[in-house]
Ligand binder design. Structure first.
Ligand SMILES: [Fe+2]
Length: 201
């Protein structure tokens, strides 16, 4: 059990040592669930405006990024993918609805037909995984919620789909972080920043 190590720095030290070249979705799912981080472990999170969600960038390095998302009631993302990144989320507080979509066909540049394939509720401790750019989702919050999002590697691009008119366009990664995203990836950051925690773990 690793449940005693419930600080953000210790959790980041584990993420920093992980081999992201392997597709170990099951392991990362277990990791997010076993740590059962409390929002209080994450420091001060940006508060969302009414009906919106707000992200707080907790870590960013060449291997991964970690973002805490705070949801106000009524907040919803557009239907989107995550480019080449694998996206993992775990609900830390409250509940999120996840709507699954598939791309039925691409009609022309900028035009694609998408179709919903199902919806489910994610409760505290439950994980959602998106492993490819064909894996579309929309997230919704009916009540206040907090979720933790792990992207591997960092979220470089994403595409936003509009079900109503069949269009798609590039989205802005981490627009919900309000500009609080490091301008450049710094390879030396993670090992040096979290290395001291390893000795305690
Ligand atoms: Fe997403």
């Amino acid at each position: 059990m690793i449940s005693a190590l419930t600080t953000l720095d210790a959790f980041l030290s584990v993420l920093a040592r992980f081999d992201y070249s392997a597709n170990r979705h099951g392991y990362l799912t277990s990791l997010l669930q076993e740590w059962a981080l409390d929002p209080a472990d994450l420091g001060v999170l940006r508060a969302p405006r009414s009906g919106r969600h707000a992200g707080t960038m907790l870590a960013r390095c060449p291997q991964f990024e970690l973002v805490a998302m705070s949801w106000a009631p009524g907040a919803a993302t557009p239907v989107h993918d995550h480019g080449d990144a694998a996206a993992y989320l775990v609900v830390l507080r409250g509940e999120l609805a996840v709507d699954d979509y598939i791309i039925v066909r691409r009609d022309a540049p900028g035009l694609a037909r998408i179709a919903p394939t199902g919806s489910r509720a994610l409760h505290r401790g439950q994980v959602d995984i998106r492993a490819s750019s064909l894996d579309l989702r929309r997230l919704r919050a009916a009540k206040p919620a907090i979720s933790l999002h792990l992207y591997a590697g960092p979220l470089q691009t994403l595409t936003v789909y509009d079900e109503s008119d069949g269009s798609y366009r590039p989205g802005t990664p981490h627009a919900e972080c309000g500009g609080q995203v490091p301008a450049a990836l710094r390879p030396s950051d993670v090992p040096s920043a979290y290395g001291s925690v390893d000795a305690q773990a």
